[in-house]
Design a protein. Structure first.
Length: 316
């Protein structure tokens, strides 16, 4: 029978053993980062005209590759910026091993396919730029589990489906750009929970239903673009009450109706106001004249009472 000391020794050893084997299975280092990027590169390495295909050589350290930035403290890849590099192919699951990645900018390439689930492992990510590619499918739900994400840019891909209410779980989100996809359904009320949101860009989709009142409650908002959708309903009378920083507001080309709120001048920082091509009616509020920062004002294509103003605006 084991005596007391041996028993504890046995327990400690088992635990140490468990700890080490557990650690070993999770050890990711700069070599892992390199093999992940090598898998990614294998898709375009035969394209000799491609800058990355030539530069990402296994003979040179990964940290000196174009578009790759390493963290000196952790000796791991911290940022990838391969925007506008004419890359084709998919995002391989191996990219999910870049566990120290903070910024991933792949904007403006010809990448396609679904975004792999493995990206969910990238908990340090603050910036994701996948705009202007050929990705398809639904917007993956794993973005919601990235606690540090501040910028999610998915413009001009071919994403379908609706905007999940749970997207509002990305509590640090400052910029959400879903413009020019094929998203449908309503703007979820939960978007109003994104308490740090500055840019909410949903233009050019098939979104319908009303703009949730909660959106006008996000006091950090600077830029709101809902243009080219199928939104209906009216603007709340006090829409500016909690939007002290709003500079850009566009609902161009939707199905909105009702009166333009006379309190619009409370959005005192407003530089661009686009209400064109809707079914707004009633008078155009004089208070708009008090928006001293206003540079662009588009009101045409509505049913205002004061036709003179409606027309005059077309040249604005
Ligand atoms: C990375 O870890 C593997 C084992 O998991 C090891 O063989 C390799 O030498 C390590 N690379 C560096 C640069 O530490
Ligand atoms: C890749 O580009 C970097 C930065 O311009 C340069 O230092 C490095 O030598 C290049 N590597 C190769 C293999 O071309
Ligand atoms: C990536 O590089 C482009 C071109 O240099 C730059 O405009 C862009 O801001 C960079 N992206 C990030 C996230 O820094
Ligand atoms: C990296 O990711 C791939 C795919 O997700 C996986 O098969 C592989 O084991 C991972 N680990 C390393 C150390 O490459
Ligand atoms: C994510 O959001 C959904 C819907 O808004 C909510 O029910 C869920 O509890 C949230 N999950 C986390 C982890 O916050
Ligand atoms: C706006 O925020 C206030 C304070 O947090 C809250 O009481 C109210 O219900 C919110 N309104 C909407 C429409 O979300
Ligand atoms: C726009 O929304 C209305 C309901 O508000 C719906 O009847 C119509 O089919 C939608 N049109 C398109 C093109 O989605
Ligand atoms: C515009 O602002 C001035 C000065 O704050 C105020 O006296 C005037 O009543 C305002 N006009 C409108 C139409 O709100």
């Amino acid at each position: 029978m084991m005596d007391r000391t041996n028993f504890f020794l046995f327990i400690s050893c088992s635990m140490i053993h468990l700890f080490i084997s557990c650690l070993a299975s999770k050890i990711l280092n700069i070599t892992t980062d390199q093999s992940a990027l090598t898998v990614f590169k294998s898709q375009f390495e035969h394209d000799r005209s491609n800058v990355l295909a030539r530069n990402w050589s296994s003979d040179t350290p990964i940290c000196s590759w174009i578009g790759v930035t390493c963290s000196s403290r952790h000796q791991r890849v911290a940022a990838i910026n391969v925007s506008d590099m004419d890359l084709s192919g998919i995002i391989p699951p191996e990219l999910g091993n870049l566990s120290f990645l903070v910024s991933l900018d792949m904007i403006g390439n010809k990448l396609h396919g679904n975004l792999p689930e493995e990206l969910a492992k990238l908990k340090r990510l603050k910036f994701i730029g996948f705009s202007l590619n050929r990705f398809s499918g639904k917007i993956p739900s794993f973005f919601e589990a990235m606690p540090n994400l501040q910028h999610l840019l998915l413009r001009s891909c071919s994403f379908t489906g609706s905007i999940a209410p749970s997207l509002s779980n990305i509590s640090k989100l400052e910029g959400l750009d879903l413009m020019f996809n094929s998203l449908e359904g309503m703007i979820p009320v939960e978007i109003g929970n994104l308490a740090s949101l500055k840019k909410l860009l949903l233009s050019g989709n098939w979104l319908s239903g009303p703009i949730p009142a909660s959106v006008f409650n996000v006091s950090t908002l600077e830029m709101v673009d809902f243009s080219y959708n199928n939104l209906s309903g009216s603007l709340p009378a006090n829409m500016c009450r909690n939007l002290p920083s709003l500079k850009y507001f566009s609902v161009y080309a939707n199905q909105l109706y009702g009166q333009i709120p006379s309190t619009l001048d409370e959005c005192s920082q407003l530089q661009t106001l686009e209400l064109e091509l809707n079914q707004f009616n009633g008078p155009v509020p004089k208070q708009i004249g008090n928006l001293s920062m206003l540079v662009y004002l588009y009101l045409g294509g509505n049913n205002f009472k004061d036709k003179k103003l409606d027309k005059a605006d077309d040249v604005a």
